[in-house]
Design a protein around this ligand. Structure first.
Ligand code: SAM
Length: 185
């Protein structure tokens, strides 16, 4: 079994968009408790590399490296780039602590998705894919447009496994157009 119901969302996203292939290097942001990490290691296989990052401690997953840190800290992003050369896939299921105040939850979620997007630009090889969760709202379209500029195309997918929380969707971007841009380059 998987550690989280969220695991089925990554399975569905991968099924629809063919994200993770055998041998891929995958970086998973907001990875605790680790359901997506379990699915990512299955898909990347023995020759793959999977790295998970979260504010929370992640119980060990076979074959997965974990980093505990806040993705909004530059230092955490540097720890990832130090460990991972180039990534084939960057996925983010990061979510803010929900306050129940719609506009605040939306704004915080867009901020985390933008943080994931910036991280993806530092890590993804040309042709690489990117996924980020976002709570739908007024800023979703601008985010989508910004992601679209860097990839062949971007779709929004609302997995069945998240039907109960209806405002949650995933930006799924395929085919990064250029090479990684890192600070200091
Ligand atoms: N995909 C995971 C799974 O399958 O087990 C579930 C992820 S859960 C929905 C969202 C996670 O995002 C939480 O574990 C939370 O700690 C993490 N998170 C939120 N803000 C973060 C940040 N600034 N940096 C790192 N992780 C963050």
């Amino acid at each position: 079994g998987y550690r989280s119901r969220a695991a089925y969302k990554l399975k569905q996203l991968d099924g629809e968009a063919e994200l993770i292939n055998g041998g891929d290097t995958v970086v998973d942001l907001g990875a605790a408790p680790g359901g997506w990490l379990q699915v990512a290691t299955e898909l990347a296989g023995e020759g793959g590399t999977v790295v998970g990052v979260d504010l929370q401690r992640i119980d060990p997953v076979d074959g997965v490296e974990t980093i505990r840190g806040d993705m909004t800290d530059k230092e955490t992003r540097e720890r990832i780039t130090d460990r991972v050369g180039e990534a084939d896939v960057v996925v983010s299921d990061m979510a803010p602590n929900m306050t129940g105040e719609y506009s605040l939850d939306h704004a915080r979620s867009v901020y985390l998705a933008r943080t994931a997007f910036e991280t993806a630009l530092e890590l993804l090889a040309p042709g690489g894919d990117f996924v980020a969760k976002v709570f739908e709202g007024p800023d979703t379209n601008d985010l989508r447009a910004d992601i679209d500029e860097e990839f062949e195309y971007v779709r929004t997918i609302h997995p069945n496994a998240s039907r109960d929380s209806s405002s949650e969707l995933y930006m799924v971007a395929k085919g990064r157009l250029t090479a990684p841009v890192r600070e200091g380059d």
